[in-house]
Design a protein around this ligand. Structure first.
Ligand code: 13P
Length: 255
C-alpha cells in the first residue's frame, strides 16, 4: 500500500506576518522540485493568506492550526472553515493537544470541527496523543481509542477520504523527548488496526498516520522508516528552514 508521506510544519503562535512571509519565501526556494514527500506548513491566522499566496505554484501546501465549526455568526475571535479555505489553505489541524489542554477542546467539539472541515473541502489532520501520566498508568491505548472513536463517530468512510491522523504523545511535544521506535511502531500499528475496525481495512490501509513530538533532522530518518509512519507533524524544527528541509529530505539525510 503506497501512501505518499506528508511532512507538515505547525508554526504554532510563532512568527509575525513579515517573519512568516520571509520564512515562506525561503522554504519555497528550498523545496523547489520536491514532489515526495508532500509538504505542508500551518502558519498563524494573521499570516495564512499571505503565506498561501507565496506557496501557490510551489510544492508546499498551506494549513490552518484550528477552526471554529460554525460557518459564520456572532462568535468573537473565531475563524470558520470557509474563511480558511478561501484564504488558500488545503489542510487544517484539529484537536492539537495544546488546544485540548489549554483551550478545553473536547472530542465532541473536535468532531464538529472535523465535520465542518469536511463540508468546506479542507483536509483535516486529527491530532491525538496521551499524556505522560496516562502512559505511566498504561492507559495509552484506551486514551487513543476514545480520541479516535469519539472524534470520528458518525462519519462515513467517504467523508473521511482526506483525513490524516497525527499521533503526538503529549510528553514528547516541545520537550526534546521523542517516543522511541518501538513505542511509535506499537501505537501506529494499533491506530491502523483501530481504523480498520471502525471503518474497513481498505480505509485503514489508505490513511496516513503522522508522528509528532520533537521530530528533528537527527531522528527523522529512523522515525520515517517505521512501517506505519506516513510522515511527521513538526513543531519547533519547522520554524527553522534548514532543519525543516533536512526533515523533508530525510531519505537523503546523512545525519
Ligand atoms: P515539537 O516538534 O516542537 O515537539 O512540536 C510537535 C507538535 O506539537 C506539532 O504539532
Amino acid at each position: 500500500m503506497s501512501r505518499t508521506p506528508l511532512i507538515a510544519g505547525n508554526w504554532k503562535m510563532y512568527k509575525t506576518g513579515p517573519q512568516a512571509v520571509t520564512a515562506a519565501t525561503v522554504l519555497v526556494k528550498l523545496c523547489t522540485g520536491i514532489s515526495n514527500p508532500e509538504i505542508m506548513i500551518a502558519p498563524n491566522f494573521i499570516a495564512l493568506q499571505q503565506v498561501a499566496q507565496i506557496f501557490a505554484g510551489s510544492p508546499i501546501k498551506t494549513g490552518a492550526q484550528n477552526l471554529y465549526f460554525e460557518n459564520q455568526g456572532a462568535f468573537t475571535g473565531e475563524v470558520s472553515a470557509d474563511m480558511i479555505k478561501e484564504a488558500g489553505a488545503e489542510y487544517v489541524i484539529i484537536g492539537h493537544s495544546e488546544r485540548r489542554q489549554i483551550f478545553g477542546e473536547t472530542d465532541e467539539s473536535i468532531r464538529k470541527k472535523i465535520k465542518s472541515a469536511v463540508l468546506s473541502g479542507l483536509k483535516p489532520i486529527l491530532c491525538i496523543g496521551e499524556t505522560e501520566g496516562q502512559r505511566d498508568e498504561e492507559k495509552t491505548f484506551q486514551v487513543l481509542d476514545k480520541q479516535v472513536s469519539d472524534g470520528l463517530k458518525g462519519f462515513g468512510p467517504d467523508e473521511l477520504v482526506d483525513l490524516v491522523l497525527a499521533y503526538e504523545p503529549v510528553w514528547a511535544i516541545g520537550t526534546g523527548k521523542t517516543a522511541n521506535e518501538s513505542q511509535v511502531d506499537e501505537v501506529h500499528r494499533y491506530l491502523r488496526s483501530l481504523l480498520g475496525k471502525l471503518f474497513s481495512q481498505e480505509f485503514a490501509d489508505q490513511k496516513r498516520i503522522l508522528y509528532g513530538g520533537s521530530v528533528k533532522p537527527e531522528n527523522a530518518y529512523s522515525l520515517m522508516g517505521i512501517e506505519d509512519v506516513d510522515g511527521a507533524l513538526v513543531g519547533g524544527a519547522s520554524l527553522d528552514a534548514d532543519k525543516f528541509i533536512n526533515i523533508i529530505k530525510y531519505n537523503e539525510s546523512i545525519i
